[in-house]
Design a protein around this ligand. Sequence first.
Ligand SMILES: Cc1ncc(COP(=O)(O)O)c(C=O)c1O
Ligand SMILES: N[C@@H](CCOP(=O)(O)O)C(=O)O
Length: 431
Amino acid sequence: MQYYSLQHQAPNVSFKEAVLKGQAPDKGLYFPTELPKLPADFIKNLATISKEEVGYTVMRPYVGEDMTDQELKRIVAETVNFDFPLVKINDQIASLELFHGPTYAFKDVGARFMSRCLGHFHKNENKKTTILVATSGDTGGAVANGFLGVEGVEVIILYPSGKVSPIQELQLTTCGKNITALEIEGSFDDCQAIVKQAFMDQDLKEAYQLTSANSINVGRWLPQQLYYFYGLQQWQQQQPPVICVPSGNFGNICAGILAHISGLPVQHFIAACNVNDTVPVFMQTGNYQPKASTPTISNAMDVGNPSNFGRILEIFGGEAEKLKTRFSSVSITDDQTKATIKEVYGGTGYLLDPHGAVAYRALADYQQQNPSQKGFILETAHPVKFPDVIESLLDIQIPLPEGATALNSQDKVSVKLAADFDSVKNWLLGR
Ligand SMILES: Cc1ncc(COP(=O)(O)O)c(C=O)c1O
Ligand SMILES: N[C@@H](CCOP(=O)(O)O)C(=O)O
């Protein structure tokens, strides 16, 4: 498989080169030259196939010749060694829980897959790779955990000061070793813009072999397809599901659409956003207008200029009208999110985190108009990551999982920097 730049001003590259570069030299995102079709038998028999075999079969065409079958099987098996249960909330809506990995959010699969790919690619290289990654909450922790101790790789995480939850912050600031956290006095969009600019900067390119571990990197983005296959393995209705994805940078839902194009039956995709509504507005008006992000209680989705929407449009040949046949996007306020957490917990006992609650509200509203269409949400983070929101709303205490208890006794270590490219560049060149 080759990858081309969505800016069309850079040469095509292999999977390995795309992972090592992160972003194309013309600032475009890499996109696969072919969208593989999976065998009809594979889809028909999905429920009987192991999650390791599903992962291997889905990822095989994307990885191409850069890895042996044996190596890819090992990487997939190590990546997906936890559960992805589809849990019924009520007769209309189920929840695909993606928070059973080590950092309690859906980012673990992509981060673990990519870290193992880089570890493999580094076996025969002696030049160190430096990963620059921007986080609005969960990517940072997952990448820190996934890359901790990986030979030949160091990770520098940029996160918006005061805009991530306490557990999220501890997850990304307490690892030490090859992981460094930069606390940026700005928003996630500032962090992401700085990272993207760094990849284009000649001085930094001379000093470092830089790549990204955000979903702009195909090694982080593509394995997110697996969730959708794991969800369908457990889906027991006749009709394919409507799948509603809490969305910020749109990497997750974009991976789901790719899975669908490869043959996975899905009725409709809903991208559920908080008030950061760049995509919902585009779907209504045709006008794509990135804007400064607004802080919300679903903080990991506070993104004003989502990186992956361009990839979604590319799948549909750039035609918004075609996209509308499979995809819609809505914006949910914090008040609606809070009311949904209360309503669902009170009515069913199911505890949603704020991101899952945004998705639940969007899917329930969609089903008001389409009552025969059942579906599931992607529950992208464990509610324990947002105790302030949940506990004040429901007057309950969420028991901390074991790993999270240990975090509380550790001290945050971060470097505070202004939200401008030069501050980060000077820090990188001066260390
Ligand atoms: C808990 C949670 N939900 C949803 C999202 C949004 O996912 P995406 O950026 O892939 O749209 C994120 C961040 O990526 C997240 O951490
Ligand atoms: N919500 C993310 C933001 C970055 O998204 P990514 O999928 O592009 O890494 C976060 O939690 O950091």
